[in-house]
Ligand binder design. Structure first.
Ligand code: S3P
Length: 167
């Protein structure tokens, strides 16, 4: 198989962008972050897109970005946590990419993002409850679509990067 892209999937705050950037530095592959590309295309931040146009519109932009980039080779692609909601997204990404699920615990996610205000789906009270609820829906999908899973809970960025490169 000659799939040259590495595609990172996983819940918000699991480290997809940080690990993706580090992987890109180490491999020389181009780093693509779907959230960043969406913001760039829309000319506004993700919270602003959700507020002004709603989640469905955001998902449509997400789909279009994936369609535009997924066939290009030699990329590290960091995706948004909800990418797995549309099977077409994964189908496109998997054509040229190995799908790597960065798995972590709700507690770790909470600790990574508790002061973050840029994730519309986790705004307001009871963040840990929201995380748990969304994880219940999503874990089966991350598991279904992964080619490889890396449990990042107690690993440094360096360790995760080395592990992925070994895979
Ligand atoms: C989302 C995750 C976010 C971003 C948007 C929706 C989700 O990306 O795409 O807020 O549905 O899980 P990160 O996983 O990079 O936070």
């Amino acid at each position: 198989m000659n799939k040259s892209n590495i595609v990172l999937i996983g819940f918000m705050g699991c480290g997809k962008s940080t690990i993706g950037r580090a992987l890109s530095e180490k491999t020389g592959f181009r780093f693509m972050d779907t959230d960043q590309l969406i913001e760039h295309t829309a000319g506004m931040t993700i919270p602003h897109i959700f507020l002004k146009y709603g989640e469905q519109y955001f998902r449509m932009l997400e789909y279009k970005i994936i369609r535009a980039i997924s066939e290009n080779p030699h990329q590290i692609i960091a995706t948004g946590g909800g990418i797995i909601k549309n099977p077409d997204n994964i189908q496109m990404l998997a054509q040229q990419g190995s799908i790597i699920y960065l798995k972590t615990s709700p507690e770790q996610i909470f600790s990574n993002i508790q002061y973050d205000e840029t994730r519309p789906l986790l705004q307001g009270e009871n963040k840990i409850e929201k995380i748990r609820l969304l994880l219940t829906e999503r874990i089966p999908l991350y598991e279904k679509y992964q080619d490889y899973t890396v449990d990042v809970t107690n690993l440094s960025v360096e360790e995760v990067v080395d592990h992925i490169l070994e895979l």
